[in-house]
Ligand binder design. Structure first.
Ligand SMILES: Cc1cc2nc3c(=O)[nH]c(=O)nc-3n(C[C@H](O)[C@H](O)[C@H](O)COP(=O)(O)O)c2cc1C
Length: 163
């Protein structure tokens, strides 16, 4: 506990841990995210909080597509290669193993259990340091079916991106 109870409470929220992948022309990227949720059944919309200053923000704004890659806990190594930002590690995607999702071409990282391809419907500036990127799910594939407790989340990694 700290003297910042807002931070303490926000850090208690459980989160998944995903790779958010983007493409614009020949340029592709993958970054790790946890601020993700489904936002609508019909159409099926996903919302992802994306930092305004990160490389992926520019790429998704220009390309208007993104993918969400899910991993099993047992495959956590597969996402670790993309935890650094592009500015710090410009060769990030040269060293990553991935294929292209069929409808949008966004990266599907090797070892992912499932991916969802989305077309951007809105990028909403909510007045903070992250924008909300909203996308309609247009295709998905499940390579390794699993129940949520088997899917990688921040809980078992002991990592936090909140507060
Ligand atoms: C555990 C964890 C969770 C993260 N979740 C998010 C997130 O939900 N949204 C976000 O914008 N950045 C998130 N980040 C930070 C980005 O991954 C980081 O800014 C990254 O360097 C951006 O990559 P890029 O510049 O190549 O796009 C998270 C980082 C970690 C370690």
């Amino acid at each position: 506990m700290s003297d910042d109870t807002i931070k303490d409470a926000l850090k208690m929220m459980p989160y998944g841990f995903y790779a958010f992948t983007t493409k614009n022309g020949d340029d592709v990227n993958a970054m790790v995210v946890n601020w993700v949720s489904q936002m609508s059944y019909a159409p099926r919309l996903l919302a992802v909080g994306i930092q305004k200053s990160c490389y992926s923000h520019g790429l998704v704004s220009a390309g208007q597509v993104f993918g969400l890659n899910l991993f099993l806990q047992a495959d956590s190594d597969a996402i670790m290669s993309v935890t650094s930002g592009r500015a710090k590690k410009p060769e990030k995607m040269d060293n990553a193993s991935f294929s292209a999702a069929p409808q949008t071409g966004v990266p599907v990282l090797d070892g992912a259990a499932a991916y969802i391809e989305c077309k951007v419907t809105q990028i909403v500036d909510v007045g903070g340091d992250h924008d909300i990127v909203v996308g309609e799910a247009i295709n998905a594939e499940v390579m390794k079916a699993a129940a949520p407790p088997e899917v990688l989340s921040l809980t078992e990694l002991g990592w936090s991106y909140a507060g």
